[in-house]
Design a protein around this ligand. Structure first.
Ligand SMILES: Nc1nc2c(ncn2[C@@H]2O[C@H](COP(=O)(O)OP(=O)(O)OP(=O)(O)O)[C@@H](O)[C@H]2O)c(=O)[nH]1
Length: 642
């Protein structure tokens, strides 16, 4: 849930409009805990529906869960949200500041901290917020700042900052501070500007006729058309306050358009967020309100922040890969598989957790590789030593054998010429002693060789074990840590292989690849009744049953949460349906045991057959329609989709 709830989203949800009717002192500890749980559940619900945690969405989710309006206990709810956000901060000092500000009900400070903090690092991320503040504040007169003067100073900042978002952010921050009376506007606006500051906004504008409106590629014609008709000079050029108004209308339109362009198309409700901004870009400023702009800005800021964080993570990962390549070249196949893994991650759109996983694996693998290298070097040295010993031994055996043969010949001659029994006995005793010595030397040499060979064997075994560990470290990144079956990444890899295999099928030998999507029935209820840990065990039980029931060539994966996917090569739609029904029967025969109680786990599934050229996501969407049909028609069934 932490990834689904963006800090900026919750910041927008709560502190911007804190209700002031709550009575925290009257609330009992139990009531506060309940409110905290409800708030957490509300945020979870929003995350599961992929809705941004705006004040409206939050209120309706809270109402849906509790049946009550969160406005009845606003401060408690707010406090819970801020505490949740604080607990997600990496920076302990920032987390403490947040908690302290929330505890003292200093919501303005909370908002400031939520907006400041991490975003200070990224000029781009800050920009969305600054532009929102700028739009919001510009029409409000402040001490020493008429709206016209504000607009004029904003124009100067924008024009003087070029295309550098960090510079623009810094200057806009300064400008906003100066509007609120805490800084010198001219210093901020012209900090590294060579041109002397204009004496008045009007002078400045008169000296530089409507530059922004003339910019090539500028698309705010509609905005200009709908702005109040500016007063014109003899040449037809607007001037004075009218010129300011015209340029401001153009600028607002440009800003709105830029903000609309920055809302990523993948964002939930992207079209809804973009619509009011596009209306503003077309000059229909009345259709836009503060909440719309704030929501869009939050979305843009959140996306930028994630992108920057992922970017930083990716750079770190690439650095790791580069620094590890040297030590990994010993095992080229392993390197290739890891490089393929990294490439796949990068191609599929990076996300922080995946990158962090890969990084951990690569770091572990690098250390492992170093150990392998060391032990392999030792094994090689021991082997060389053993060879040297064998050679030495063979040489000495050769010499000794020659000596021995000489001695035996000598003794034979002595035996042949022995004239007495005593002389014969001496010669035989000599022969026996020489034979014994020879045998002792052979045994000693053999023992030495056996020891050396054992040592080499041990070292080789160790290298083999380490290499196997290295491979399993690579595989770990493809395995779901809870159920020990494949995770989504593993599934993608298996799908690539099996779909390629299925593509090679001929008419004479069709190789259909069936895909099943399973979703556990009433899993929330199971979690609620038996606890989350039991829920985890139930998932493990299901994964184990799945793996044990399908064929070895079938690939089962945890797709996420309580959803599983099974890829079944060489399987028709009908066979796939039968297989999933068999898994269901197996689950009823093989109950999940919790505290010695039998708990029946059922699932609903959709099955379909992959069509050539389809992506994994596409075929899963089709299986998903079957799964939903199974849920709607009473659950615990399998629905095939052609
Ligand atoms: N214990 C546990 N629960 C999880 C895990 N992942 C997701 N869940 C929970 O699974 C539940 C899914 O709930 P719903 O999507 O409402 O689905 P359901 O209760 O199974 O309802 P139906 O699908 O309509 O049968 C949520 O409560 C999630 O918190 C997990 O890894 N472990």
């Amino acid at each position: 849930m932490s990834s689904a709830v963006s800090p900026s989203g919750v910041a927008a949800a709560s502190p911007t409009k804190p209700a002031r009717t709550g009575d925290p002192q009257a609330a009992s500890a139990a009531g506060a805990a309940e409110a905290a749980n409800l708030a957490r559940e509300a945020i979870r619900l929003l995350a599961s529906r992929r809705l941004p945690p705006t004040p409206e969405n939050f209120s309706s989710a809270y109402r849906e869960i509790s049946g009550a309006d969160p406005q009845t206990a606003p401060e408690r709810v707010l406090l819970t949200c801020v505490q949740a956000l604080a607990s997600q901060r990496d920076n302990a000092a920032e987390a403490k500041q947040l908690e302290r500000a929330a505890a003292s009900r200093d919501w303005a400070r909370v908002l400031d901290l939520l907006r400041g903090g991490e975003k200070r690092e990224t000029g781009t991320a800050r920009l969305g917020e600054l532009l929102t503040d700028l739009l919001r504040q510009v029409d409000h007169p402040a001490r020493g700042w008429t709206p016209a003067r504000k607009k004029e100073s904003a124009l100067r900042v924008l024009e003087a900052s070029g295309a550098d978002p960090a510079r623009l952010s810094e200057r806009l921050s300064g400008l906003l501070r100066s509007w609120s009376g805490s800084a010198d506007a001219d210093r901020v606006e012209t900090a590294d500007d060579d041109s002397p500051p204009a004496t008045t906004p009007q002078d400045s504008l008169a000296a530089e006729p409507a530059r922004s409106a003339e910019r090539p590629g500028h698309t705010s014609g509609a905005a200009q058309a709908s702005a109040p008709a500016p007063a014109s000079d003899a040449a037809g050029e607007p001037h004075g306050a009218a010129a300011v108004a015209a340029r401001w209308a153009a600028l607002s339109a440009e800003l709105a358009e830029a903000l609309a362009d920055s809302v990523p198309s993948t964002a939930p409700e992207a079209e809804r967020l973009r619509a009011p901004l596009l209306a503003a870009a077309a000059g229909r400023l009345k259709e836009v309100n503060e909440v719309d702009v704030q929501q869009a800005a939050d979305c843009v800021v959140g996306t930028h922040r994630r992108t920057w964080a992922e970017h930083a993570e990716m750079l770190g990962l690439l650095r790791d890969v580069m620094s590890q390549t040297g030590s990994l070249v010993e095992d080229a196949s392993w390197v290739q598989s890891q490089v393929a893994l990294v490439n796949r991650e990068l191609a599929g759109g990076v996300n922080r957790r995946a990158l962090r996983d890969i990084r951990t694996v690569l770091n572990g693998a690098s250390a492992q590789q170093q150990r392998i290298k060391r032990e392999r070097d030792e094994a090689r040295a021991a082997f060389r030593l053993m060879l040297a010993k064998v050679k030495e031994h063979l040489e000495s055996v050769g010499e000794q054998t020659e000596d021995f043969i000489g001695q035996v010949d000598g003794v034979s001659a002595a035996i042949g010429s022995a004239t007495s029994l005593e002389a014969l006995a001496d010669s035989v005793a000599q022969l026996l002693s020489q034979t014994r010595q020879m045998r002792d030397r052979v045994v000693a040499g053999r023992d030495e060789l056996v020891n050396a060979q054992q040592h080499v064997q041990e070292l080789e075994d160790r290298v083999r074990t380490l290499e196997a560990e290295l491979v399993s470290a690579g595989e770990r990144v493809l395995t779901d840590h809870l159920t020990q079956i494949m995770n989504r990444r593993g599934l993608e890899q298996a799908f690539e292989q099996l779909s390629a295999q299925s593509s090679r099928a001929s008419d004479a030998q069709p190789r259909p690849l069936a895909v099943a999507l399973l979703d556990v029935d009433n899993f929330k209820q199971l979690n609620d009744l038996l606890g989350h840990a039991a829920g985890d065990e139930a998932l493990k039980h299901l994964a184990g049953t799945l793996r044990a029931t399908v064929r070895a060539v079938d690939q089962a994966a945890r797709y996420g949460g309580e959803e599983f996917v099974v890829l079944m090569p060489d399987t028709t739609l009908e066979q796939a349906q039968q297989t999933m029904t068999r898994v269901q029967r197996q689950l009823t025969a093989n109950y999940f045991l919790h505290d010695n109680r039998q708990v029946l786990i059922t699932f609903s599934a959709g099955v379909t057959v992959w069509r050539a050229g389809e992506s994994l996501a596409e075929v899963i969407v089709r299986a998903d329609t079957g799964m939903y049909a199974a849920k709607r028609s009473g659950k615990n069934r399998v629905v095939p989709v052609d």
